[in-house]
Design a protein around this ligand. Structure first.
Ligand SMILES: CC(C)(COP(=O)(O)OP(=O)(O)OC[C@H]1O[C@@H](n2cnc3c(N)ncnc32)[C@H](O)[C@@H]1OP(=O)(O)O)[C@@H](O)C(=O)NCCC(=O)NCCS
Length: 123
């Protein structure tokens, strides 16, 4: 996987000729958007195309954000995730994130869905 860093947007690109990326019409294997502010890494978004999921790409993207935070002396990583987003919640839990709170109705009055707040200490 080739990696490009541009500010707080980190894009994972499939290596040329990577069979797993063929047929997608693009070589983007995933991205993560985050920023480091006031001793905290805030994860804004992360996504991996459907055909490349469960290959450890998101975990690598998050590892990158955590390492960047460590370099910048941040002490914690924070994020918000939709209550029903099982895949993302399992991903964060697998990395050691813990639930620190809930924002009821965060995703709109119609869905009434909560945002779950999660946090990971950076050792
Ligand atoms: C959430 C998302 C980024 C995960 O990407 P991914 O590259 O498939 O994740 P990984 O392969 O790194 O998975 C790491 C671990 O997370 C957990 N996990 C990931 N997807 C899962 C799923 N669908 N169901 C259960 N656990 C899952 C597993 O523990 C997995 O480890 P394992 O495969 O060894 O069991 C991807 O599903 C996605 O792009 N979803 C749509 C966008 C989104 O919801 N973003 C999150 C916004 S908060």
């Amino acid at each position: 996987m080739e990696e490009i860093v541009r500010g707080s947007l980190f894009v994972a690109r499939a290596a040329p000729g990577d069979a797993s990326a063929c047929g997608s019409g693009a070589d983007i294997a995933g991205y993560i958007c985050f920023w480091c502010v006031a001793g905290e890494v805030q994860i804004l978004n992360i996504a991996v195309p459907k055909h490349l999921r469960r290959k450890g790409i998101a975990r690598k993207l998050l590892d990158f954000a955590i390492c960047t935070g460590r370099e910048k002396k941040a002490g914690v990583v924070t994020l918000e995730v939709r209550q029903s987003n099982t895949a993302a919640r399992r991903l964060y839990e697998s990395l050691g994130f813990r639930i620190t709170g809930e924002r009821p109705g965060y995703y709109g009055a119609q869905s009434g869905e909560s945002a779950i707040l999660m946090e990971l200490d950076i050792p």
